[in-house]
Design a protein around this ligand. Structure first.
Ligand SMILES: [Zn+2]
Length: 135
């Protein structure tokens, strides 16, 4: 339901694109052979507070190059999703999804050299009304 992008503002998304947290302790590389997939915002209780724009990558599509020891895990509610963030600067880097545990979502604004905040029309996923919370 999100949007797919191969470039942002004329800057191509690389096949292996570098990303980092704010303080630079955590550096990671994303396998993005098809660019940014399923770019979306989310209005669940966590995402609406952190305000991130997320895209999808397969579980083997994230390679933490530096700072694995600084990554902290945050879980809430059903404790299914795994939300990782830098323990020093607090920036969300990626999470293993509850809606699709075979994927990570990652924080698109961590990507080096591009400004995803310039992308208009990013749809908002109704995470506040998650299928796993119904019934
Ligand atoms: Zn950091």
């Amino acid at each position: 339901m999100g949007v797919n992008l191969k470039e942002i503002d004329g800057i191509k998304i690389q096949l292996k694109h570098l990303a980092s947290c704010h303080c630079g302790f955590v550096k990671f590389e994303l396998d993005l052979p098809d660019g940014l997939i399923d770019l979306r915002r989310c209005d669940c209780s966590l995402c609406r507070r952190r305000g991130a724009i997320a895209a999808s990558v397969s579980l083997d599509g994230i390679n933490v190059l530096e700072g694995q020891e600084h990554l902290k895990l945050y879980q809430f509610n059903t404790n299914t999703a795994k939300h990782y963030f830098c323990g020093n600067c607090g920036i969300y880097t990626h999470h293993q999804r509850r809606s699709n545990p075979t994927q990570y979502g990652f924080n698109v604004v961590c990507l080096e050299g591009v400004n995803p905040l310039k992308v208009g029309g990013v749809p908002t996923y109704n995470g506040g009304n998650h299928p796993a919370d119904r019934g």
